[in-house]
Design a protein. Structure first.
Length: 726
């Protein structure tokens, strides 16, 4: 064969080789063009129903394009079983799949190039008896082995576990579905597609047991060069809402994503995103934005291992850094650390629609920082190396809480500069005490601080009227601490607390030390000791919530306490000074301050030494000279002993010993109405020369009025020296 013939043969061969694929493609195109795939809808639906036990309905059209080679299926539904009121498990507005013509014609198998899901909607339902996704893994057992091997792991672990959280797994479809059954599983699960798109997706979860609904909508996913063997760039956005909360959360995250060939290992690396939190428009609250970033977030669906490396969240001038790792699921074992700075709880509450009390101090809950290590293991949540600062309060130590049937709390904490008065709030509208003995009332412990009793109007000037009116309109104050009685009944706790610097209701303590023990509705603070106003407090405090109304008991003693600052700061009472020695044994029941005072009973013994009766000068009183707050009558010892009955302290023994006088008498202090009535008979011995005629006489004096405005008086008409004074 000569050279010319060879060249001609080569040309013909090349032409034939070039024409054959074209002819194959044209033949394939002609075959596809003449096939009406919509005719096969009933057969497809029947096969799916036979295979899965679930009804499938294809309402939209099935269209096949040749160039590019793509399959498009219109509106499609996968139905729930008849036991669920929700009709659909999954609906797809449109499904677009593009295939590789080259792989089909040359390699003889069908490979997916891109997948696009338009308006996919997943409806998950949890009822008292079952869930509508519980049988998905069982359905795989009915699939042909050659076609299901690539999907078994993917679907089995893509089923979400809805126990208060929502997890969404979006996985690409395995690209090859026509490999022979002899192909190894490792080859079946190697997949790659050029693009994955999800538009306007939704996930609805309904918990019929709790009557709650959660919705993820506007779900959009965009990813290119998606493969099981290397990271790919992906973008994800969705909105989240919960039926029990007014907030809407809008997520937008960009990250490199890694998915292994079995779809059971996922990782996000070098992610950054934005979380937007908004309230309903009628609340007129600005939207808050939280940025997030981190090095790595990975989780394994098989082993349930999870890890977040150096995650960070920033918003409203606050930042939170965290790292954790471990195993989720049941049982969960997780541990990590948190470092938070610049948290303004009041500002966050405003943007999240959480109602806080109207604090008297505008700076309350405005600056907090903290860091700690945490661990969740065997249903126990532990916090160690605690170092928290709430405004000016500093807390360090450790805290553990066991959940489940053996619920328990253990703690060892130290606190400094605890000023509860900084968290006093206005009771607006005025708080009405709840009578917990009435049926239908829900017990709750709270503390209401009433306004001081108002004096009667004594003038008619406009200035005085305005001042008194303003005082009457001042709202009551309360300390917003409320604990459900049911919580106290269930809690079992053991711990210790050391406090340096404590203030509540204007009463201060240099230090407090307590040991807490609680079990089966009985809580003991024993000991409850402290350094209070230069003196020592030794006591124990018991709480019993086993009955319908909480009961309290406090017993102990006080030694060498500076009485004047205690009475002045705590009750605005300025008529008594000295050093106090006291024994007390008190009990009460109730859930608010009014009820606690009304039910107060017990025994009190006060001994005041080296003191003074402020606002009283006996010689001036006898001479008819007006008394002033600067006047004082010094004494060596004052003893008050008596019983408290329903909030009224009846003094059965009152003795007063001073230089130049002895006194005995009786007194009544009504805590319910904040009033004081007392009568003291003073036997005089040493008096100025001008009043010498009163020596040896018994002079009745009284201290009467409200606790903060009591006045001294003398009943000279009743002065006795063997005869009545005429």
């Amino acid at each position: 064969m000569n050279t010319q013939s060879i060249r001609k043969f080569i040309k013909v061969s090349v032409l034939v080789l070039a024409i054959i694929p074209i002819l194959l493609f044209l033949g394939f195109s002609a075959a596809v063009s003449f096939i009406d795939f919509n005719r096969y809808k009933p057969q497809i639906e029947q096969e799916v129903a036979k295979l899965t036990g679930r009804e499938m309905q294809i309402e939209g059209a099935i269209e096949v394009a040749v160039f590019p080679f793509a399959l498009e299926v219109g509106q499609t539904y996968f139905k729930n079983s008849a036991e669920f009121t929700q009709r659909d498990l999954l609906s797809l507005g449109k499904t677009h799949i593009q295939f590789s013509v080259w792989d089909l014609l040359v390699h003889k198998h069908l490979s997916v190039v891109s997948l696009e899901l338009i308006e996919p909607k997943l409806y998950l339902v949890k009822t008292p008896t079952s869930t509508n996704w519980s049988d998905l893994q069982a359905l795989l057992a009915h699939l042909p082995q050659a076609q299901s091997a690539a999907l078994t792991t993917q679907i089995a672990h893509a089923v979400p576990d809805f126990e208060g959280f929502v997890r969404v797994s979006t996985a690409a479809v395995a690209p090859s579905v026509a490999l022979p059954s002899s192909t190894p599983t490792s080859q079946l699960l190697v997949w790659a597609i050029e693009s994955l798109v999800v538009q306007k997706g939704e996930v609805h979860f309904t918990d019929e047991i709790k009557g709650q609904k959660m919705v993820l909508d506007n779900l959009n996913v965009l990813a290119f060069d998606v493969a099981s063997h290397e990271p790919f760039k992906a973008s994800l956005e969705f909105n989240y809402r919960h039926s029990e909360h007014p907030q809407m959360y809008a997520f937008n995250v960009n990250s490199f994503v890694s998915i292994n060939q079995h779809f059971n290992s996922w990782a996000l690396t070098d992610w950054d995103g934005l979380l937007k939190i908004s309230l309903p428009a009628e609340r007129n609250v600005p939207q808050v934005r939280v940025s997030t970033s981190g090095e790595r977030l990975s989780w394994q669906l098989d082993s349930k291992d999870i890890e977040m490396v150096n995650g960070e969240f920033k918003g409203l001038d606050a930042s939170i850094k965290t790292h954790f790792s471990g195993r989720y699921g049941t049982p969960a074992q997780l541990n990590g650390w948190v470092d938070a700075k610049g948290i303004n709880f009041k500002n966050w509450a405003y943007h999240l629609g959480i109602d806080l009390p109207r604090f008297v101090d505008p700076k309350a809950l405005t600056h907090s920082t903290g860091k700690f290590n945490w661990q969740w293991m065997n249903q126990k949540l532990s916090f160690t190396n605690l170092d928290l600062a709430l405004d000016k309060v500093r807390v360090t130590g450790q805290y553990e809480q066991q959940f489940g049937e053996q619920a328990r709390i253990d703690f060892v904490l130290n606190a400094a500069e605890v000023n509860l008065d900084a968290y006093m709030a206005y009771a607006t509208p005025k708080i009405t005490p709840v009578d917990l003995t009435r049926p239908g009332q829900t017990p709750e412990l709270n503390l209401v601080i009433e306004s001081a009793p108002k004096t009667e109007l004594k003038t008619e000037t406009k200035a005085d009227l305005k001042a008194d009116l303003k005082a009457d309109l001042e709202p009551e104050l309360y300390l917003p601490i409320a604990v459900p009685v049911s919580t106290l009944r269930a809690v079992e706790a053991q711990g210790s607390l050391q406090v340096s610097g404590f203030k509540v209701l204007d009463i201060q303590a240099q230090s407090l030390s307590l040991e807490l023990s609680a079990k089966e509705g009985v809580m003991q603070l024993a000991p409850l000791d402290g350094q209070v106003y230069e003196g020592a407090l030794l006591s124990r405090f018991d709480i019993d919530v086993r009955g319908s109304t909480p009961a309290f008991k406090w017993q102990g003693k006080v030694s060498d306490l500076a009485l004047a600052p205690l009475l002045t700061e705590g009750w605005d009472y300025k008529q008594l000074e000295g050093r106090l020695q006291s024994h007390f044994n008190l009990s009460t029941r109730g859930s608010n301050q009014v009820a606690l005072k009304q039910n107060l009973n017990g025994h009190l013994l006060f001994t005041v030494s080296q003191g003074a009766l402020v606002g009283l000068d006996v010689p001036k009183l006898l001479a008819g000279t007006p008394q002033s707050q600067q006047d004082r009558t010094a004494f060596n010892e004052l003893v008050l002993m008596g019983e408290v009955t329903q909030g009224v302290f009846e003094v059965s023994k009152l003795s007063l010993v001073g230089n130049g006088f002895l006194g005995t008498g009786a007194a009544k202090a009504d805590l319910n109405h904040a009033t004081l009535n007392s009568q003291i008979k003073l036997q005089l011995s040493h008096l100025p020369t001008a009043l010498a005629q009163f020596a040896g006489w018994v002079v009745p004096i009284g201290l009467n009025g409200t606790l903060n405005q009591a006045n001294w008086s003398a009943n000279l008409a009743g002065v006795v020296n063997g005869k009545a004074l005429q």
